[in-house]
Design a protein around this ligand. Structure first.
Ligand code: C5P
Length: 229
């Protein structure tokens, strides 16, 4: 996969804060992720303004709805010019195929969220799922691939196994990344950038270690050097 491996999670409360921050970064060194917080605050303008600064945008809205609605949402995201968009694998094969088919070749990568890393064994059972979470992650990832998607969001701990099963052309996007010495925060199962890349990650989603740094560009330079980019 070509281009920068770091995707900075732009978890800001206003577009002004996000733009001010993005202006301190280099589009050649990272991509940006717009998630529910910033999108709910600023809407598609958040994507337009950040893309205008030259960044590739991962629109992380995790669509999960009837197939037609998800397909139309993916089309709208493609028209907005995003580089990557995602859906929930739990939406099922029909929804996943509709998402994949909605995007023209050369349009955004469409990837699936497997099991959220915030779901522990208790939450998992409360939803009504049975069995092993790790097996469910594999099944969801295989379903996403069979439905024509381009990759999955997964924990770096799962990347090694998924890479072996799904091959080199399937993108593995991993949050829960912490450079050596940085705070874990609320992330439970963390991995360093170099370890995540060694495990088979293609893209590293990193938020607070970069957004909370005094010199974010320097943190990005250090991570890129650690992963040999
Ligand atoms: O600040 P931090 O590096 O923990 O940010 C991680 C980002 O990745 C956040 O935007 C979070 O919503 C997202 N994410 C995650 N775990 C998942 C899926 C998405 O941390 N399983």
């Amino acid at each position: 996969m070509a281009g920068p491996r770091i995707i900075v999670a732009m978890d800001f409360s206003t577009l002004a804060l996000a733009v001010e921050f993005a202006e301190r970064l280099e589009p050649g060194s990272c991509r940006l992720k717009v998630g529910h917080q910033l999108y709910s605050a600023a809407g598609p303008d958040a994507v337009r303004r950040l893309a205008d600064l030259g960044f590739d945008i991962f629109l992380d809205l995790k669509y999960h709805d009837i197939p037609n609605t998800v397909a139309q949402a993916c089309r709208a995201a493609a028209e907005l010019g995003v580089w990557m968009v995602n859906v929930h694998a739990a939406g099922g094969p029909a929804m996943l195929s509709a998402a994949a088919d909605a995007v023209e070749p050369g349009g955004p990568l469409v990837i699936a969220v497997t099991v959220l890393t915030s779901i522990d064994a208790r939450q998992y059972e409360a939803i009504g799922y049975r069995g092993d979470i790790a097996e469910r992650v594999v099944e969801f990832a295989q379903m996403a691939q069979a439905s024509g998607l381009d990759g999955v969001v997964c924990s770096a701990q799962e990347a090694n196994q998924l890479r072996g099963l799904l091959g080199d052309q399937f993108a593995l996007v991993t949050p829960g990344i912490r450079p050596p010495g940085s705070q874990a925060g609320d992330q439970q199962r963390i991995m360093t950038p170099a370890a995540a890349m060694a495990a088979g990650s293609d893209y590293l989603v990193i938020g607070r270690p970069i957004t909370g740094a005094a010199d974010p560009a320097q943190v990005i330079r250090e991570i890129r050097s650690d992963i040999g980019e």
